[in-house]
Write a protein of this length. Structure first.
Length: 63
C-alpha cells in the first residue's frame, strides 16, 4: 500500500455507533469526506484526493 496522509477523524457524540452499510459507512482515507468516493480496487479515496495522490499510488496519465 502507498503512504497517504491518514488522519484521525473527529468522533461526534451523537453518532454512538458506526453504520454497517451505505454512504455513511465509508469515507475518504485522506480527508474523511463521504462525497465522490472511489471504491474500486479498495482505494476508498475521494476523487479530489485521487488527483493529488494518483502518481504516488502508481496510476499513470495516458494521452
Amino acid at each position: 500500500m502507498v503512504d497517504i496522509n491518514i488522519q484521525k477523524g473527529p468522533s461526534p457524540i451523537y453518532q454512538s455507533h458506526d453504520k454497517p452499510f451505505g454512504k455513511g459507512s465509508r469515507n475518504c482515507r485522506s480527508c474523511f469526506t463521504y462525497r465522490g468516493l472511489i471504491r474500486k480496487y479498495e482505494l476508498n479515496i475521494c476523487r479530489r484526493c485521487f488527483r493529488e495522490y494518483a502518481e504516488t499510488i502508481g496510476f499513470k496519465k495516458v494521452d
